[in-house]
Every structure is written in C-alpha cells, then in structure tokens.
Design a protein around this ligand. Sequence first.
Ligand code: SAM
Length: 227
Amino acid sequence: MEKTQQQILRHHGGDGEHARQMITQTYERRHDTDFWEFWNEQMAPVISHGDCLLDLGAGTGQFVSDLALRYPHNSALGIDAADYMLVAQEALPENGRMVKGDLNEPQVNIEDGRVGVAMASMLVHELPQPINLFKAVYKWLKPGGRFCIIDLVRRPLAEYLEHKFPDGQLFKTDVERDEMEDVFEHFLEHNRYHADDILYMLKGVGFTVIENTPQRDGRFVRIVVEK
Ligand SMILES: C[S@@+](CC[C@H](N)C(=O)[O-])C[C@H]1O[C@@H](n2cnc3c(N)ncnc32)[C@H](O)[C@@H]1O
C-alpha cells in the first residue's frame, strides 16, 4: 500500500490536495447529460436489484454517491488508495460505502459474481500495470456484468503540447524549466496506452468488447466490456 501511495502522489505532482481539487471540480462536467445518457443505454440495462455497483479509483466518492442515490436497491462501493482522497470523502447515502484498497494488488473482500457494473474513470493510466485489476474485476462481475473504462489515450506529442500551450506558446514564450519538465513527464504518463492496448488486455482476461468510443477529439477513450 505504501509503495502505491507514493506512486500515486508522485503522479499527482507531489500535491495531493491540488489533484483532489482538480478531480472534484471537473466531476460535474465529466458526468454531464451525455454521460448519463450513455450510462442509461450501456450500463443500466444489466443492473439487477441487489447487485453491487463498483467504482474503482473512486477519489472522494462523488460517483459512488451518484450511484447510491440513483440505485436505492443496490449497494455502491468505491475503492481508493490515496489518504488525501479518502479524508475528503463525500457524505454518502446509506447504501454507499468507500473503502481503502490498493488496486495494483486487489484484495478487497468482494464475493465472486456479486458485481453488476464496475467503473474505472481516469484510473488505468495511474496504475503501473492494470492486469491484476482487470482479472479481479472479471472475477467480481456476474456473467453479463459490464465494466466501463474512461481514460486518456496515446496521441502525438504535437497534439499534447498544443493542448497544454495553445497557439504555439511553448515556442513563442519563455516557459519555466520546472513547468516544461512537468509537462514532458506527464506526456509519458498520460500517453501510456493506445485504446487497442487496453482492449488487448481486457480481451486477454476474457471480456467481450461492447463499445470502444473515442472522446474529446481522441484524447480519451470510453470502453465498455462484458463478462
Ligand atoms: C484521476 S483520479 C479519478 C477519480 C474519479 N474516478 C473520477 O473520475 O473523478 C484517479 C484516482 O485513482 C486512485 N488510484 C490510483 N491508483 C490507485 C491504486 N493502485 N489503488 C487504488 N486507487 C488508486 C487515485 O488515488 C485517484 O483518486
């Protein structure tokens, strides 16, 4: 757990509070009407009363709270490893719960086949390897259960830099060494996988692909797979 916590903090630029702020502030925008339309079409139909609804890398539990409120006949469970996320936990409805767990080596006590749907939003690029998690999710899901991954995917350096420094500002202005090094380090971390790499791992574990949709000019992907 300690090693994972250090990895996460390093990925979050050494400033956990700032990372928490960024993620909580962008939550509503990322979970807008389009998102819930998608959810209702692709994820909701496979949820049955009593299924556990799982959020992996749940941050402060915003999505867990939404799930618990939308599905009063189900339990919603969020897992996160970072103390700076867990200390700022949302007040959750009775059927919502957050637990501390390391998804690099999932040991959370979930009965096999108990989970109806699982979500991993902006998590996979933060893991040194996602295979252990994908195997665990496959075990936890019921047959016909679905797993949704939303994450950053690989793209060319030019596009990445143009998004960070629009209109060629990187070349036209003086950018501090620290800022520049930070951007280049994040380029590596945020460009870890092509969507096909994620699909390759998911299929290897046994999942069937339901959806593979580029998002936000191809900077992100939304993948849905089924057990
Ligand atoms: C970018 S945040 C996304 C939070 C939330 N899913 C959202 O979309 O608003 C990624 C989260 O994954 C958590 N995380 C990263 N690696 C983890 C691991 N190995 N085990 C558990 N949580 C992890 C981080 O602590 C962080 O809260």
